[in-house]
Write a protein that binds this ligand. Structure first.
Ligand SMILES: [Zn+2]
Length: 202
């Protein structure tokens, strides 16, 4: 083996060591933070998330049951309108599908108080205690932000009215886009018990 070949081999060996040294910890770190977020989503919903996959556009899906094609397409459609409206407002950070994780929980009710089809999740009332939303310590929500890094929110599984899924994805996504692009507007609109209605971005 010529000296130059040996140098090249050594160089490649070092390069691969450097690659593994940096690559493996960072990917296991992201797995760890995803696991932490999944634990949080399980705590909020009381569900077990076993399915994991991606939408055709690259958003991450973690679900109790394998989502139907209509669910998956509705989620991409919701992100499409979110990204569109965000960029129209000059917000470019965190506007890739792949930067989002959607948890799909089992619905805790399928009809709202008026009897309309409305799959929602029951969560602890917290700051909504005593408000019109309060159902006696818990409230029903269409969706809820779970984490900001990685960006994640939870929605309920739907069997129909998939437009509602797209809307909820866009609305929960609005909080996350604002968090990363306009912290002031984020703060003003994050807590709906103090006002702030979707769509926030117009
Ligand atoms: Zn909201």
């Amino acid at each position: 083996m010529k000296l130059s070949t040996r140098v090249i081999c050594l160089f490649l060996l070092l390069l691969s060591l450097v690659f593994f040294a940096f690559h493996i910890p960072s990917s296991s770190q992201s797995i760890r933070s995803q696991n932490r977020v999944t634990q949080e989503a399980e705590r909020i919903t009381g569900d077990n998330f076993r399915y994991s996959g991606r939408t055709p556009k690259g958003a991450k899906l973690i679900a109790v049951n394998k989502p139907t094609r209509q669910m998956v397409l509705a989620i991409d459609k919701g992100f499409g309108s979110l990204i569109n409206i965000a960029q129209k407002n000059g917000y470019y950070r965190n506007t890739n599908y792949s930067e989002y994780t959607v948890y799909i929980a089992e619905s805790d009710r399928t009809k709202d108080s008026s009897g309309n089809y409305s799959p929602d999740i029951a969560i602890g009332a917290a700051q909504y205690k005593g408000t019109e939303y309060d159902q006696g310590g818990y409230i029903y929500v269409a969706g809820m932000v779970v984490a900001f890094n990685p960006n994640a929110f939870v929605i309920a599984e739907h069997q129909r009215n998939f437009q509602r899924v797209s809307d909820v994805v866009r609305y929960e996504g609005e909080h996350l886009v604002l968090y990363h692009n306009d912290r002031n507007l984020y703060r003003q609109t994050a807590d709906h018990s103090k006002g702030g209605r979707h769509p926030i971005l117009k």
